[in-house]
Design a protein around this ligand. Structure first.
Ligand code: RIB
Ligand code: CA
Length: 307
């Protein structure tokens, strides 16, 4: 079976961590490189978390590069209320040696795309690194099979009424990616907020008894507590793994072709993903439905593999 080449650009972050676990343990994916960005926490913290996770998943051989510490034009926003002071509160890793790729995140993305063809680029944080890569070397767009992002929404935002966090932090970067001509697949809050880490999910994961399930349970207990306190949600939505699940099991999500533009104003609409089926061109496949039961089956399957 031919594996799909992927690059993961992320801001770990509790949900990013599970997206990275699936990327490492899926038999259908070939994780070529990881780049980190500031978002859920500062760049040093998201990078340290990504390094810990790759070592924990026995994938320290995958190139990991620190990306941008701030958005293209706007001030950085972080989210310690949800992800804690470390950006990944709830789990203590062994002390791994700190070793990052010598390149910046955007350069690692450029070089990986030039060395490989048909690469799917997945973003689960602000899109700054990918936008910088496209700005520095526009030719790379022909090597990108698809951009698959967790971000945006066909309905409301989560940080403002209009905008979802990943797009709100860097609307200019999202705009560069959404107008790049590269095929896009957007998994937004309208579907990811249906995927809740309920007590039943945690119980089922807890019964798996692997290193991966132990990591999941410990992280999700903190994630849920923070989601309850900050957003008043009954359980945390597990946003980011939706990108990976959509690649490894096409039965989980349904998509509709839409025209999606990004509000790059400085109004209260900033960062909104404006979705239309009527307008053209249809530049994005937008997730509109999710089979939640199948989603969790994929998560449990990969937790079992992380022995
Ligand atoms: O709005 C949810 C997104 O913002 C997720 O990617 C989460 O990890 C944060 O980055
Ligand atoms: Ca994220």
């Amino acid at each position: 079976m031919t594996k799909t080449n992927i690059i993961l650009d992320c801001d770990p972050g509790h949900d990013d961590a599970i997206a990275l676990l699936l990327s490492c343990y899926s038999e259908k994916l070939n994780l070529l490189a990881v780049a980190t960005c500031a978002g859920n926490q500062t760049i040093d913290k998201t990078s340290r978390n990504a390094l810990n996770l790759l070592n924990f998943f026995n994938k320290s051989d995958v190139p990991l590069a620190k990306g941008s510490s701030h958005p293209l034009e706007r001030e950085i926003q972080t989210c310690p209320e949800i992800h804690g002071e470390s950006g990944l509160d709830g789990f203590t890793f062994p002390l791994y040696k700190e070793k990052y790729d010598y390149r910046k995140g955007y350069q690692l993305i450029i070089d990986t795309l030039l060395e490989n063809e048909d690469v799917t680029v997945i973003t689960t944080g602000p899109m700054t690194n990918l936008a910088l890569a496209i700005l520095h070397n526009p030719k790379i767009t022909k090597n990108i099979k698809e951009i698959v992002l967790m971000g945006g929404s066909t309905t409301e935002g989560n940080i403002t009424k209009a905008a979802e966090f990943n797009i709100l932090v860097d609307p200019e970067a999202a705009n560069i990616c959404f107008t790049s001509g590269v095929p896009l697949r957007m998994l937004g809050l309208n579907v990811t907020r249906q995927i809740l880490v309920t007590d039943e999910v945690i119980e089922k994961a807890n019964a798996i008894h692997t290193r991966g399930s132990d990591l999941f349970v410990k992280l999700m207990k903190v994630f849920n507590e923070n989601q309850r306190n900050f957003f008043g949600l009954s359980a945390g939505p597990l946003h980011d793994p939706a990108t990976i699940v959509s690649l490894i099991n096409e039965d989980v999500f349904e998509f509709e072709d839409m025209n999606v533009t990004i509000d790059i104003s400085h109004s209260d609409q900033a960062g909104k993903t404006i979705c239309s089926k009527e307008k053209l061109p249809h530049n994005v496949k937008v997730a509109t439905k999710v089979n939640v039961g199948l989603y969790w089956e994929e998560i449990y399957k990969h937790l079992r593999r992380c022995k």
